[in-house]
Design a protein around this ligand. Structure first.
Ligand SMILES: O=C(O)[C@H](CS(=O)(=O)O)OP(=O)(O)O
Length: 249
C-alpha cells in the first residue's frame, strides 16, 4: 500500500486511491459526534450559500458549521462537539459547512473513495482501509483554514500512517503534545467562547468511536457522509478490550 500525505484543497483535488480527509479541530470530530447523537445524514458542503439553499429542501434538516471558527448566522449549531453533545439530534439531517474540513471532502473528486479523518475514530477508519487492501491511500491534511499547516492534523496523519503500516505509535502522548501546541491555544482563550476547552477534550478522545465515515452521493446527487461500523479491538495496557458499542449511542 502506497501512502501519500498532501495538504489543503489542492491536495484533496489530486488525492488518489482511498482519500482520508483529516480535520481534527473540529469538522470530522464534530461529524462523528453528530452520528453518535443519532443524525441520519450529514451533507458536507463547501459554499455557505449552498448550505442555506440545501437545507430548505431537506425535511428535518439543520445547519451546523462555522467560518473563522464562529457559528454562521441562522445556523442551528456551531462546529463544536460540545454543542453537539448537548443537542437532541435524533433523526436530523445535517448540512455541514466549515472553513477547512468540508472543503476537502467536496474537492476530493479524483479519489476512488473518500473518508473523513480524526482521532476520535482513527483506528476504525484505518481498519476499514486495511480490510480493502488498496494500492494507494492519500492522507489529506486540511490544516488551519485549509491554508496553513496545523499540529493536530500533522500528528493525526502520522498516526494514520503508523496504523496503516501496522507500526507502533504511542497514543498516550497525543493529548499532552497537542495541549502545548500553539494551534490548540484558542480552546483555552476566554476571549474565544466559540472554542471551549471541552472541544479540545472531545476532539482528542482517541478512538472513542468504532465507525468510519465514508462520503457517497445520494439519489439527488448530493454528497453525504455514511457511517460504516467497523469491528475494532483496542488495546488497553495488557488487556484487549472491545470498545463498548453502547458508548457510541
Ligand atoms: O471550526 C474550526 O475549528 C475550524 C476553523 S479553521 O478553519 O481551522 O479556522 O474549522 P474546520 O473546518 O473544522 O477546521
Amino acid at each position: 500500500m502506497k501512502i501519500e500525505i498532501v495538504n489543503f484543497v489542492d491536495g484533496a483535488r489530486g488525492a488518489e486511491g482511498i482519500a482520508v480527509v483529516i480535520d481534527v479541530f473540529r469538522a470530522f470530530s464534530v461529524a462523528c459526534y453528530c452520528f453518535s447523537k443519532g443524525v441520519s445524514k450529514i451533507y458536507p458542503v463547501g459554499d455557505v450559500d449552498d448550505a442555506y439553499d440545501l437545507v430548505k429542501n431537506i425535511d428535518d434538516g439543520i445547519l451546523i458549521g462555522e467560518r473563522k471558527g464562529k457559528m454562521l448566522p441562522d445556523f442551528d449549531y456551531g462546529n463544536s462537539p460540545t454543542e453537539i453533545m448537548a443537542a437532541n439530534l435524533l433523526g436530523k439531517k445535517v448540512v455541514h459547512t466549515t472553513h477547512a474540513g468540508t472543503q476537502g471532502i467536496v474537492n476530493a473528486v479524483n479519489a476512488d473513495e473518500v473518508l473523513t479523518g480524526a482521532f476520535v475514530n482513527a483506528k476504525a477508519t484505518a481498519k476499514y482501509i486495511k480490510d480493502r487492501s488498496p494500492d494507494k491511500v492519500t492522507l489529506v491534511k486540511m490544516g488551519l483554514e485549509a491554508k496553513s499547516q496545523s499540529d493536530e492534523d500533522d500528528l493525526c496523519a502520522e498516526y494514520f500512517k503508523m496504523l496503516l503500516k501496522n507500526q507502533p505509535f504511542d497514543e498516550t502522548t497525543i493529548v499532552e503534545t497537542l495541549r502545548k501546541s500553539p494551534y490548540s491555544q484558542r480552546f483555552f482563550d476566554p476571549d474565544k467562547p466559540w472554542c471551549p476547552s471541552s472541544d479540545f477534550d472531545l476532539c482528542l478522545d482517541v478512538n472513542r468511536f468504532s465507525f468510519a465515515l465514508r462520503s457517497v452521493r445520494d439519489e439527488t446527487g448530493n454528497l453525504n457522509l455514511e457511517k460504516v461500523n467497523v469491528q475494532v479491538t483496542i488495546p488497553f495496557g495488557e488487556e484487549e478490550k472491545a470498545k463498548d458499542v453502547m458508548h457510541q449511542l
